[in-house]
Design a protein around this ligand. Structure first.
Ligand SMILES: *[C@@H]1O[C@H](CO)[C@@H](O)[C@H](O)[C@H]1NC(C)=O
Ligand SMILES: *[C@@H]1O[C@H](CO)[C@@H](O)[C@H](O)[C@H]1NC(C)=O
Length: 469
């Protein structure tokens, strides 16, 4: 970040770092945030979930670690499953953005609404700067997301993410460019935390798509859900339903365009434009003024419906496709928690796994998290207002699921954190950090089963929709 410029004196560095952090946050005040920023689904900034980071990106709340106060415990292992940071739009969305901006530039509001400042901005000073070659790559802000996350985790787990453990940690990533860049940024963050300033860490990582992109290798999932239009029927219905219709109509009116010119895809393109300008450039884009909060909630629901039916509880096979990752994590925890003699080598302190929203959602679902009593559908938008399944909260950029293993007097304990907040295991809600053996007992059926070949190859089409009414 600002390596090279500064003398290598830790105290001076710390002070300057703090100052620079404060200064750079100045331009990103809470007031600059669009009113709809918390509803961008998987395109939400991490700061919307943890707004205190807008004031200080390195602030850490150590009381999120909650082993029982009555027992002496110390963390012995951290497994972190992390989503890549902020990224450019994919080529498909860039084409939609171009279509939208062309339409607005050439046809919008020859009549009435021309006096609105934001529309003048869109037609005058705003220029589309997206090109198709940006296709999904990590942006500068995305690198910062991962560097800063690494620095906070190193503060939260000083004994695990310690410099002397540097070569005993493992780093696995999806092969996608944005994930490889993210794992590198995470390692840079650790080096910064330890006071090193080399620009390119001599660290290494392993690419493992079997673990981090399991979803594209699971035939039952690909055939039964991914390439199956019927599996996402609720999304199609909602896209053409009355709530979306209302958003389209209001957007067309604000732009002074005939209703039919604004398709649901173009509505989404404008919404995503607002999100990208914020997450990539930290600016409050004029496109944001096309939507009020109730419009944004409708669009958030549309994207939640898609994730629910494509990546989560909607179809059992979606979560079961993450069985390889689930087993990998519990094997790592088993090893780290095993009793050992003092002469034996200490366990692996940390396992850092970098992937996608599509990696995290199935795994969270397999663990039984964020499962509402009634599934979200095209027809129950109103009654879903207080649902737990909110992708804006669960999988923003740099989303993370942390498994913290403690060594405690009564044996190993495990705590879960999602986006740096404590999250209890379903079925073990009495404690933040239950005994590891109780967690294993809760997931016995998955530990003994959840076989990738059985689930993914044995029964094409999976186990069908998983609707509990
Ligand atoms: C710190 O975390 C604890 C536990 O999650 C929470 O109750 C508390 O409100 C947090 N404090 C701050 C300042 O965010
Ligand atoms: C597609 O999805 C529907 C609804 O979930 C399911 O009934 C059907 O079996 C699936 N088709 C295939 C080829 O798996």
């Amino acid at each position: 970040m600002f390596s090279g410029l500064l003398p290598a004196r830790p105290a001076v560095l710390a002070a300057l770092g703090l100052l620079l952090t404060r200064l750079s946050c100045f331009s990103l005040s809470v007031q600059d945030t669009p009113h709809i920023a918390a509803f961008f689904g998987t395109k939400t900034r991490y700061e919307e979930v943890n707004p205190h980071l807008l004031r200080d990106v390195l602030s850490v709340n150590t009381s999120v670690l909650k082993p029982p106060p009555t027992e002496r415990c110390s963390p012995v292992h951290l497994t972190a499953v992390i989503r890549h940071g902020s990224r450019y739009p994919t080529a498909k969305n860039i084409r939609r953005i171009q279509k939208l901006s062309e339409l607005v530039r050439t046809e919008a509001s020859r009549g009435s609404a021309g006096s609105d400042g934001w529309l003048r901005d869109i037609r005058g000073s705003w220029e589309s700067w997206y090109t198709e070659d940006m296709d999904g790559q990590l942006v500068m802000k995305g690198r910062d997301d991962l560097r800063q996350l690494a620095r906070r985790l190193a503060t939260l787990f000083p004994a695990l993410l310690a410099e002397e453990n540097r070569w005993r940690m493992s780093f696995l990533t999806s092969s996608k460019h944005r994930c490889v860049s993210s794992v590198e940024a995470f390692q840079e963050g650790l080096l910064q935390h330890w006071g090193h300033h080399e620009a390119a860490p001599e660290y290494s990582h392993q690419v493992d798509d079997e673990l981090m992109r399991f979803f594209e290798r699971c035939r039952g999932y690909v055939e039964g859900v991914e390439n199956n239009r019927t599996a996402l029927l609720e999304v199609e219905r909602f896209k053409n339903g009355e709530e979306m219709e209302g958003v389209r109509r209001r957007m067309a009116e604000k732009l002074g365009l005939p209703h039919h010119r604004i398709t649901p895809d173009l509505v989404e393109a404008a919404f995503f434009l607002c999100s990208y300008e914020l997450s990539i450039k930290s600016v409050h884009s004029p496109w944001c003024f096309l939507f009020d909060e109730s419009d944004a909630k409708v669009l958030e629901y549309k994207s939640d419906l898609k994730q629910y039916w494509k990546r989560s509880h909607g179809h059992a096979i979606s979560s079961l496709s993450s069985c390889p990752l689930f087993h990998h994590i519990f094997r790592t925890l088993d090893k780290a928690g095993r009793p050992r003699r003092s002469t034996e080598a200490p366990p692996e302190p940390a396992s850092i796994l970098v992937g996608h929203a599509e990696t995290l959602l199935p795994l969270l679902s397999l663990l039984g998290l964020y499962k509402d009593q009634t599934p979200p559908t095209a027809s129950n938008y109103q009654s879903q207002q207080s649902r737990h399944f909110r992708t804006s909260r669960i999988v923003p950029y740099a989303a993370n699921l942390l498994f913290v293993l403690y060594d405690c007097q009564r044996g190993p304990r495990l705590q879960l954190l999602v986006n740096e907040s404590p999250m209890r295991f379903p079925g073990l809600e009495a404690e933040d950090a239950p005994l590891y053996r109780d967690v294993r007992a809760t997931y016995r059926h998955l530990l003994d089963g959840c076989d990738f070949h059985g689930e993914c190859e044995g029964r094409p089409g999976g186990r069908g929709p998983n609707i509990e009414l």
